[in-house]
Design a protein around this ligand. Structure first.
Ligand code: G1P
Length: 297
């Protein structure tokens, strides 16, 4: 019988060097898109997929993330005193259920696979989701919910996938594709960051996964892969043929918030969706575009 998906692991130990100086004293996962930190988008998306237990794999200088999901007692008291009820409600959204978030530390940066392995005691024998908070997805149905629905049917591994230009295969985990119905893809093989010349396809993994616990056994070997790091993709490849493994062409648009341009695009896309901000943002975008056209850009 398929075990229900209730757990998620969120690796948040990265240094965020691409966003210095903003990330000198703040975790990159705390950078806001409009007015909500990246990590909160990931946690809310997971909750919408039925996740109840979270494990944050943190590192040095990441305590702000843990604070964010705590109850801000003094702040709440002050807001209540000032009758700021809307703001108070917002705070409640980010506070977590008591005991639902735990943290483990990745003491040395040995790669994504190593970070996930650090959560092995939390995962135990259960299926679990992984969300990489740098990848933000704007969609009708939350991206992880789309994956969870596939998991509920297949009982196996599911990763979110999207086509990328050939020349970018060396930035992602890439699928070797079996049967493909246009939405669900059978995974025949997985390669981490292959050179475009040898990549088995241009179908790339984005930061949403549902995996069976067995992946931990393969990670435990600590074999080094691309970039001399312990790669999650390599451990996942070992599951192929043992449990069903699918890629899902999810509905939605993905923003790579680990990249400056992707992060700026996310700001605009999420702001445009907001009833309170959309009209003003649309107006200034038009003004900027007109200016750029006038300047011959
Ligand atoms: C990681 C994974 C890669 C995946 C990517 C998605 O790479 O190793 O397989 O395609 O996330 O964002 P990273 O971005 O950490 O280099």
């Amino acid at each position: 019988m398929t075990k229900t998906l209730r757990k998620a692991v969120l690796p948040v130990a990265g240094l965020g060097t691409r966003f210095l100086p903003a990330t000198k004293a703040t975790a990159k996962e705390m950078l806001p898109v409009v007015d909500k930190p990246l990590i909160q988008y990931a946690v809310e998306e997971a909750r919408a997929a039925g996740i109840e237990q979270f494990c944050l794999v943190t590192g040095r200088g990441k305590t702000g993330i843990v604070e964010h999901f705590d109850v801000a007692f003094e702040l709440e008291a002050t807001l209540r005193e000032r009758n700021k009820l809307r703001e108070l409600a917002m705070l409640h959204e980010s506070a977590s259920e008591p005991g639902s978030i735990i943290t483990v530390r990745q003491q040395v940066p040995l790669g994504l696979g190593h970070a996930i392995w650090c959560a092995r005691a939390f995962v135990g024998d259960d299926p679990f989701a992984i969300l990489l908070p740098d990848d933000l997805v704007l969609s009708e149905t939350p991206c992880l919910k789309q994956l969870a629905d596939v998991y509920a049917k297949t009982g196996g591994n599911v990763v979110a996938v999207t086509e990328v230009p050939r020349e970018q295969t060396n930035r992602y985990g890439i699928l070797e594709v079996g049967e493909d119905d246009g939405r669900l893809v059978e995974v025949r093989g997985l390669v981490e960051k292959p050179d475009p010349a040898v990549a088995p396809s241009n179908l790339s993994i984005i930061g949403r996964y549902v995996l069976v616990a067995e992946v931990m056994t393969h990670l435990a070997r600590m074999e080094r892969g691309a970039g001399n790091e312990v790669q999650l993709t390599d451990a996942m490849a070992k599951l192929i043929g043992r449990t069903p493994f699918h890629g899902l062409r999810y509905e939605g648009r993905r923003f790579d918030c680990g990249d400056k341009v992707g992060f700026l695009e996310a700001q605009i896309a999420f702001a445009l969706k907001r009833p309170d901000l959309g009209p003003a943002v649309r107006r200034f975008l038009r003004d900027y575009t007109d200016e750029a056209v006038a300047a011959g850009a």
